[in-house]
Design a protein around this ligand. Structure first.
Ligand code: SF4
Length: 71
C-alpha cells in the first residue's frame, strides 16, 4: 500500500510526478504561474480549486475549451 496517496493530484492534469530515486513528489504546475498553489502540495489533496482531471493522452489540460478561438 502506498505511503503517500496523492488524492486529487493523482489524476490532475497539472500534476507532474518527480522521482528523486529515494522519494516521489507531485509538483503542481499551476504553482508556476499562480501563487495560490503550492509547488509541492501537502498530500493527500482532497479538495483543490485548480483540479482538472487528466484527459486522454495528448489532450491539453482543461480539455482545451479555453484554448479554442471563436469568431
Ligand atoms: S491543481 Fe490542485 S490537484 Fe492539481 S496538481 Fe495542483 S494541487 Fe494537485
Amino acid at each position: 500500500m502506498p505511503s503517500s496517496y496523492p488524492g486529487l493530484c493523482g489524476d490532475c492534469a497539472f500534476a507532474r510526478v518527480i522521482d528523486s530515486g529515494r522519494s516521489t513528489f507531485h509538483l503542481c504546475e499551476r504553482a508556476l504561474t499562480d501563487p495560490r498553489f503550492r509547488k509541492y502540495p501537502i498530500l493527500p489533496v482532497w479538495s483543490c480549486p485548480g483540479y482538472q482531471r487528466q484527459g486522454p493522452p495528448g489532450a491539453p489540460p482543461g480539455g482545451g475549451a479555453d484554448d479554442k478561438l471563436s469568431g
